[in-house]
Design a protein. Structure first.
Length: 209
C-alpha cells in the first residue's frame, strides 16, 4: 500500500526556461464538458472531461491546458498494465501552480481503462501531475492515504488509447526512484532517460457550457 501511494508523489525538476504565471488563472471555471488534445511524440490523444465527476479537478486541468502548462512536458512514469503518469519538470512553474491547492473531492467515476485523474499523496496534494489508467484499476477508487480515499477521475480518453499504450514503458518506476538521488538538474535527468515520450502541445478542442 505504501509503495502504491509513494509512486504517485509529484516529481519536479528544475527546467531551463520559465513560463509566465498569473494567479488569476487558478480562478477560472471549466465548462460542464470539454474535449482536449495532447499532441505527443507517439501521436495524438483526445480526452473528454466531465466536470460533474470532480469539479475542482476539472477546473484545474482546464486552467493548465489553457495556459500551456503541458507543452513540452514528459510522460515520466509508464508502468505497463497499470498507469501512465505525466507533468511539467520545471520546478519554478510547478511550484507556482501548486501554491493554489485543490480541495479534496470524493471518487464518483471509477478508475477504468482510459480514465484520467490527478496524482496525490495525502490531503490537498492534487496539483499538476496526472495519470491515465492503462487498465481498470478499481483499487485506486478506494485506496487510502493520510486521510483521503482514492483518486477522483474527471476525464476519459476518447481517441488515441493506442497511443497511450504505445508510450515507452521500459523504465517503469525507475525515473521516480532515481530522482531523489539527483540534484535539481533537468538536463542530467533527461540524459538518463532518453526514451521518455513527451507532450509537444496540449489544447482545448471544444467545450459545452
Amino acid at each position: 500500500m505504501k509503495k502504491l501511494i509513494a509512486a504517485f508523489l509529484v516529481i519536479s525538476i528544475t527546467g531551463c526556461s520559465h513560463k509566465p504565471f498569473k494567479s488569476v488563472w487558478t480562478k477560472e471555471k471549466a465548462p460542464s464538458e470539454f474535449t482536449m488534445r495532447f499532441e505527443t511524440s507517439k501521436g495524438d490523444i483526445e480526452i473528454s472531461v466531465t466536470r460533474a465527476w470532480s469539479p475542482l479537478a476539472a477546473d484545474r486541468f482546464y486552467q493548465l491546458v489553457r495556459h500551456r502548462y503541458f507543452n513540452n512536458t514528459l510522460f515520466y512514469r509508464v508502468v505497463p498494465d497499470f498507469v501512465v503518469q505525466f507533468g511539467n519538470t520545471d520546478t519554478t512553474i510547478t511550484n507556482r501552480w501548486n501554491k493554489y491547492k485543490i480541495p479534496d473531492e470524493p471518487v464518483i467515476k471509477g478508475n477504468l481503462k482510459g480514465a484520467l485523474s490527478f496524482a496525490r499523496s495525502g490531503k490537498e496534494t492534487r496539483g499538476t501531475d496526472l495519470f491515465i489508467n492503462l487498465k481498470d484499476n478499481p483499487r485506486l477508487d478506494t485506496v487510502q492515504s493520510s486521510g483521503v480515499t482514492g483518486f477522483p477521475v474527471f476525464g476519459m480518453v476518447t481517441k488515441g488509447m493506442e497511443t497511450v499504450e504505445a508510450l515507452y514503458g521500459g523504465y517503469g518506476n525507475k525515473p521516480l526512484r532515481v530522482y531523489d538521488s539527483l540534484s535539481a538538474n533537468r538536463t542530467k535527468y533527461l540524459e538518463m532517460f532518453p526514451k521518455l515520450d513527451s507532450i509537444k502541445r496540449a489544447y482545448i478542442l471544444k467545450t459545452k457550457k
